[in-house]
Design a protein around this ligand. Structure first.
Ligand code: GLU
Length: 296
């Protein structure tokens, strides 16, 4: 397999504990697992609980149990984001010392008046200095990365060559006005800390990849190979199947059926007489027959 990195394959599944696993999240979990194991890699589990306001009580335990019930067993300890704030702060301090951050106090109403990417209103007026990034941002200010006008390109293993112009994406938030660290910073710093070499996830995060590459480069972190999967939609609708659109929780009693449906959606071959196979045997078979190029 062509790879950006010569480090040993390390993949991950990184669910946010905002609800139980559903068919869409099983699809991403299974694809990232199969790709890691078919490449003799490690598959790590990271619970993305950095947005403490969205975490749902009990969701984390349900996700963990559901992965186990589907035969998706991770390597090593589970990594949690909620206790990593001082680590994320070191990244923010580094970016501040490089002059790449600015405070933003744009209100939602202001931003609504200029739809599209962040219009850069605060870019010039409020550079964050190194000493200020260590402290809290002034009340009701977010901290954004000045993304400049660069273009970021990468070769997605499923979708092929991708290119994003930062002017059309805008400056992403790294620390929110409620002082929670934002997903983009946490995901990049955690992928580096966990030695992740390959990310396999839903194409709803495709655009985020450009911000994440920008952050990796600014923080001098190693590059990652990306593969973005088609987004599973609600039946008879273009809407993404997600917790927000009310996707039903997986019923773990039908783990085999759930796995076979996900394999079918991934356009992978199915074993003969799968009803006679145990969950682990289906997973083993799927690892042996995994071909990422078959994904539509
Ligand atoms: N936590 C994100 C989610 O549940 C996934 C992040 C990622 O895979 O980079 O949608």
């Amino acid at each position: 397999m062509q790879s950006l990195t010569s480090r040993p394959y390390t993949g991950r599944f990184a669910p946010s504990p905002t609800g139980p696993l559903h068919a869409g999240s099983l699809f991403a979990a299974l694809a990232s697992y199969l790709d890691a194991k078919a490449n003799n890699g490690q598959w790590l589990l990271r619970i993305e609980d950095v947005d403490t306001l969205r975490n749902v009580e009990g969701a984390c335990e349900t996700i963990i149990q559901s992965l186990r019930n589907h035969g998706l067993n991770w390597d090593g300890d589970i990594h949690y984001q909620a206790d990593k704030n001082s680590y994320y702060q070191t990244g923010l301090d580094q970016l501040a010392s490089q002059g790449q951050l600015f405070y933003c106090d744009c209100t939602r109403a202001q931003l609504r008046e200029s739809p599209g990417p962040y219009p850069g209103f605060c870019r010039q007026k409020k550079q964050v200095t190194y000493s200020h990034a260590s402290a809290h941002a002034p009340a009701s200010h977010a901290i954004r990365l000045d993304c400049g006008e660069q273009q970021y390109s990468f070769n997605d293993r499923v979708l092929g060559p991708q290119s994003f112009d930062m002017q059309t994406l805008g400056d992403c938030i790294l620390k929110r006005r409620d002082s929670l660290f934002a997903y983009q910073l946490a995901v990049v710093m955690d992928d580096a800390a966990q030695g992740i070499t390959h990310v396999v996830r839903g194409a709803d995060l495709l655009e985020s990849t450009a911000w994440q590459i920008a952050l990796q480069q600014s923080l001098h972190l190693p590059p990652v190979d990306y593969a973005h999967l088609p987004v599973i939609t609600l039946a008879n609708s273009a809407q993404k199947l997600s917790k927000q659109t009310g996707a039903a929780a997986l019923n773990d009693q039908y783990a085999n059926k759930n796995l076979l449906r996900a394999l079918q959606q991934l356009n992978q071959p199915l074993p003969l007489s799968p009803e006679q196979l145990a969950t682990e045997a289906i997973i083993t078979w799927a690892v042996e027959h995994w071909d990422i190029q078959k994904i539509a």
